[in-house]
Each structure stands twice: as structure tokens, then as C-alpha cells.
Design a protein around this ligand. Structure first.
Ligand code: GRF
Length: 204
């Protein structure tokens, strides 16, 4: 384990891991002043986990299938804490966190969601946006509580919905913004120049 005093991030993912890779690129290039302490997946075969191994980052998985939520979450918390993780970044982690997990990292868990919350929470947000007929959608970087896609919002970015958009074309334009605002939000919280008032995150 490193002896550096830089903040240590834990990244939790369940799939492709492009948000994780965007963060990792910025960390490895020195554009974010932190370390990736552990990359965790509840899916042992997640492509993002394979990528973490290729990058030489500490990583591991516990299969969540059939494990009671709180029991599982406390195993993950132990694993993260044993690697010195102080901040948790959800990056396509397809599980709702229990209150027991959230209380271990108070206001230190971030998530990215591919819509302008509170519109279109949950699964298939880009499909929901297309079906609803909105003209503008985007992504939201927010703190995590035990409710789905619900905590105080740090950053949002807008993306226009084009007449000829498909779920795939819209998702890929939103993803560019996701990658950008995730690292921007990490840099911001690590600097600590904000306060949370109710649901509002205010720059100080
Ligand atoms: C992203 O669209 C993110 O907003 C959502 O899940 C997807 C994960 O993509 N929470 P990736 O695994 O980071 O590529």
C-alpha cells in the first residue's frame, strides 16, 4: 500500500467502465490529485474490472448474486476500507446502496446518471428521454444517499436531443459529458470548497 497522503478513491462498477477509465486517465496523467485505491465490481466478469487489471490498479469482485443487500454491502465496505478508500465513485454500479453502506462514507459517495435529474431516474434514462420527447437531456453528477438517483446535485451538463437520435447516438453524446463532469466534480470535492444546504451544493 502506498504511503502517499493523497485522497484515495474507490471506484464501483458493474459493466463497461468507460467512466472509470476516464477518471483513471486523469488520475494517471496527474490531472486529478488523488489515487485510485481500489476498483470493485459486483460482477466478476465486468469489462471495466479487466481494464483495471490491465492498468495495474488494485481491483477485485464479490459476486452479489443471492447475497442479502446489507451483508454484501458491509463486505464491500470492509474491502474498500482495507485499501484506505475515502471517497467512493459509482461508475455504472447497478446496485442501490444500503443505508449501512452510505453511512460509512457520509457525503463522500458520488454517482453519475445519464439524465437531468430529477427527470428520468432509474434504468434506461436515455430511452426514457427519447420516449418522453424532451428536446434537451444530459447527465447529472450527484452525491449518493440510500434512495435511487436522489442525493444533492454537484454538476449537470445538457445535451440536445436531435430529431434523428437513437438511444445509441444520444447515449454516446451524453457519455462525452459524463466523462468530463465526473472528473470535474472529483477535483471540486477534493478541494473541499463547497457546502451542502439541504439539497443544494454551493461553491464556497
Ligand atoms: C453511464 O451511462 C452512467 O451514467 C450510468 O451507467 C453508465 C455506465 O457506463 N450510471 P460506463 O460503464 O461508465 O461506461
Amino acid at each position: 500500500m502506498s504511503t502517499s497522503s493523497r485522497a484515495r478513491l474507490g471506484i464501483l462498477l458493474s459493466g463497461r467502465g468507460s467512466n472509470f477509465e476516464a477518471i483513471a486517465r486523469n488520475v494517471l496523467a496527474g490531472r486529478l490529485d488523488c489515487e485510485i485505491g481500489f476498483v470493485f465490481s459486483n460482477k466478476p466478469n465486468a469489462p471495466g474490472l479487466a481494464r483495471a487489471r490491465e492498468l495495474g490498479l488494485p481491483s477485485g469482485a464479490i459476486d452479489s448474486a443471492g447475497v442479502e443487500r446489507t451483508v454484501f454491502d458491509l463486505q464491500v465496505v470492509d474491502l474498500l476500507k482495507s485499501h484506505g478508500v475515502e471517497w467512493v465513485c459509482l461508475a455504472g454500479y447497478m446496485r442501490l446502496l444500503s443505508g449501512r453502506f452510505v453511512s460509512q462514507f457520509p457525503q463522500r459517495i458520488l454517482n453519475i446518471h445519464p439524465s437531468l435529474l430529477p427527470a428520468f431516474p432509474g434504468l434506461d434514462a436515455q430511452h426514457q428521454a427519447l420516449t418522453h420527447g424532451v428536446k434537451v437531456t444530459g447527465c447529472t453528477l450527484h452525491f449518493v444517499d440510500e434512495n435511487l438517483d436522489a442525493g444533492p446535485i454537484l454538476l449537470q451538463a445538457t445535451v440536445p436531443v436531435l430529431d434523428n437520435d437513437t438511444v445509441e447516438s444520444l447515449s454516446s453524446r451524453i457519455l462525452v459529458e459524463e466523462h468530463r463532469i465526473y472528473s470535474e466534480a472529483i477535483a471540486w470535492v477534493l478541494k473541499g470548497n463547497y457546502r451542502i444546504e439541504g439539497r443544494r451544493v454551493i461553491k464556497t
